[in-house]
Structure formats: C-alpha cells, structure tokens
Ligand binder design. Structure first.
Ligand code: SF4
Length: 411
C-alpha cells in the first residue's frame, strides 16, 4: 500500500511548482454542492487497475543534455541539469471546485518523494513511472534511489549488462519491465542522443512506454499539459463525478471523456491537477477504506451524496491470487538466479523453491493462518517449475546453458 503522508516532511508548495488556484483553498462545505459544467455529462464508469503511479507537479522546464556525473546523495540531482524555465502557458482562470480544492489539498498533504524533488531529472521521472506501474511506492523508493545512483542517465543504463539490470530490479516484480526499461535507455541514446524526449508522441515510441507513462513523463518531468489517468485517478473520478463505488474493470470511452473534460487548460494547473488527483486516490480516496470525512471534495462527491452504493461491477472482478501461482513461482526462480554468481543447475532451483515453500509454510503455520497439511505449497509441482522456466526463457529473462543450467541473460 502507498505510504501514508507525513506532514513533517512536506515541502512548501512553490518548491514543486504547484500553483494553488485562487478559489481552491475553501474548506469543504457541509451541504452537497453541484459540480461545475465540466462534470455534467459524466458517465458512471471507470475501472480498477494497478499502476500506482504518483505524479509530481514539476517545474515547467526542459532538460538539457544529461551529465554522467558520479552518484551523489540525491541520485536524481546528479544525473542531468535541473529543468530550465519553459515558456509554458500561464495559469488560466480559477478551475472548478473539484480541481481547485484537490490541488490546494495536495499542496499541503503531498508525500515528499524523491522523483518529485526539484532536482529530479526527466530520466528519473521516467524510471519512477515504469517502476510504479505495478508496484507500491514504499517498495519502489529504495530501488529507485539505488537505480538512479548507479545509472543516473539513459546512457549509463544502456551500457549496463542485462544481468546487472535484472539484479538491480530486485523484487519489484514483473521483471519484463526492467528489460523494457533497459531497451528504452538504448533507444533514447540512439534516437535522442541520450536525452529523454519531452514530446508525448516521441515518448510513446519508446520501448515499455505506453499512453499513461508518456503522459505522466510529459507532465511531471516537463510541466506539460497532459491527460494523466492512473488507477487512483480513475477511482476518484468514478466516485466524485460518476457516483459509483469503483470504476469498471476496463477503461471506457466515456470515462476518458470525463477525464479529458476535467484537464485544466494551462500547463501548470493541468500538471498540478494530475498530481493532486493521483495523490487523493492514493492517500484519501483509497480503494477499500476511503476517508470521506477528511476529503477536501467530500461535499462535491456524487458517490458520497448517494449514500455510498455498492460496487455494481463486483461480479466482474476477480481476486488476484498469489500463493501457488506461476507468477509466484517465476519470482522464486528469478530470486535464485539473481543471487547466483553463475549458471544454476535445475536441481538447485528445485531445492531452493522447496526451501522457500517450506519457509512459507512454517511462517503460515506459526502464524496460525493454515495447517501444514492444508497448504497447497506443501506439494511442490515440478511441472510448474518447468513451465515457468520455459516462460522466463521465452521472455528473455533467463537463459539455458549448453550444460542445461540456467542463468540471467549474458550480454
Ligand atoms: S468523499 Fe470519499 S469517496 Fe468521495 S472522493 Fe472523497 S474520499 Fe473519495
């Protein structure tokens, strides 16, 4: 789960380029207030996914060519020049209360994350967005710091061996993202001279960069107006605007229309809204326990006004299993190979997985959550290991040696 905000660590708003709209600081009134025209035709839609991305209102700017300097205490600061002033559009007229209040709340409640620091680089923002696509902030932050300390520029990562990249990815999960990021770094070097492009279309053409990530980098690294919609934003809009408990399982065109209509016209406010709406979803309007009493837009919220009706899409959602899945097995295999100095025989992989399963069962039994006999992991499945190894090889994450041992890719 995302880290809770610690107000003691928050920086002052101007440090991050958040411009609080003039009407946005008003406290939430107690009676329901109609949302402005931009919300009129809002659908009851949206959905859930898990990108966990945490946006940052960035100073408007563009980066010059990165410098390959030695890592310092703040890895983001060591990689490239700070963004320079950009003649972006000035703030427009005061936005509607939903936006204004959310941005004002964010200015005071935002988490102090390293990829939000004034010294951040476009490369650091891009790396954070890729890491956060499937992984919570608390797990990403230490890996991100180590990553940027080691590879502060795309050129540095591009020159790294694939095995090192996969080891540094550690336990973030979905390690194909590490391969894509590695490939992305190489393309940035070849196609853009080692500088992360600011243009969304150019960003989308990079390996592993989809619509969301391109928009997030354009906004948070370059201060550009963009439609930045992650899982948290979808949930906030579904509730506050659509009046439903959760967005639909898959994004809809109507949902996109809603989000598009809300994006403020000027760069600065659009970026602030993107970051603030994400943060509201991560810290207050959470999936399972929204804290409506603390919400800056509580009186504007359609779902709250309707009495918190149930999730109309509940029957379409499937719980994500973990124990005993191929995903867990793949993770265990990767952990074995990351920790090995060289190729690992299959027998060693099997033994390591048996040990991991035994440890998991002991922990579960010790905690009283299950009996050893009932634990599905008490029956190691060699066919599953075989299947997962084949899948990892196919994905380019593992290689088999002529001696039929396994290792991380050698290049
Ligand atoms: S009032 Fe509650 S449900 Fe509505 S946006 Fe705020 S936290 Fe979410």
């Amino acid at each position: 789960m995302p880290r809770r905000h610690d107000t003691a660590t928050c920086r002052a708003t101007p440090d991050y380029g958040v411009r609080v709209p003039p009407t946005s600081a008003a406290p939430a009134p107690t009676a329901p207030t109609p949302i402005s025209r931009k919300h009129d035709a809002q659908p009851k839609s949206a959905k859930q996914g898990e990108s966990a991305a945490q946006g940052v209102p960035a100073p408007q700017g563009d980066s010059g060519p990165p410098r390959a300097t030695a890592p310092q205490a703040d890895p983001g600061a060591s990689a490239s020049p700070a963004p320079q002033a950009n003649p972006a559009t000035p703030p427009g007229p005061a936005p509607d209360p939903l936006i204004g209040r959310t941005v004002a709340w964010f200015a005071a409640a935002r988490r102090d994350l390293p990829w939000r620091a004034p010294s951040r680089t476009p490369w650091g923002v891009l790396v954070s967005e890729v890491m956060l696509q499937q992984t919570p902030v608390a797990r990403v932050e230490p890996v991100w710091r180590a990553w940027l300390g080691r590879w502060p520029t795309p050129a540095a990562l591009a020159a790294a061996p694939t095995a090192d990249v996969l080891r540094a990815w550690d336990r973030l999960g979905y390690p194909r993202r590490a391969l894509r990021l590695h490939e992305c770094a190489r393309v940035v070097v070849e196609r853009h001279g080692g500088t992360v492009p600011a243009d969304e279309a150019a960003l989308r053409a990079l390996p592993g960069v989809g619509e969301y990530t391109a928009a997030a980098v354009a906004a948070f690294a370059f201060g550009r107006r963009a439609l930045v919609v992650d899982t948290n934003v979808r949930r906030v809009l579904a509730r506050a605007v659509g009046g439903v408990a959760l967005p639909a399982p898959t994004p809809t065109a109507a949902e996109r229309q809603t989000a598009t209509a809300l994006v403020p016209d000027d760069d600065a406010t659009a970026v602030a809204w993107a970051a603030a709406s994400m943060e509201l979803g991560a810290l207050v309007c959470t999936a399972r326990s929204p804290r409506c009493g603390e919400c800056p837009v509580g009186d504007l919220c359609a779902w709250r006004a309707a009495g918190h009706p149930g999730d109309e899409h509940a029957h379409r959602r499937r719980a994500q299993a973990w124990h005993g899945t191929d995903r867990q097995c793949r993770g265990r295999i990767m952990a074995v190979l990351r920790g090995a100095p060289g190729p690992v025989p299959r027998s060693v992989i099997d033994a390591a997985i048996d040990a991991a399963i035994g440890a998991a069962i002991s922990t579960a039994v010790g905690a009283g959550t299950r009996s050893a006999g009932a634990a599905p992991e008490s029956r190691p499945d060699r066919a599953q290991v075989t299947r997962c190894l084949a899948g990892l090889i196919e994905d380019g994450l593992v290689e088999q040696t002529p001696a039929r041992a396994y290792r991380l890719p050698a290049d």
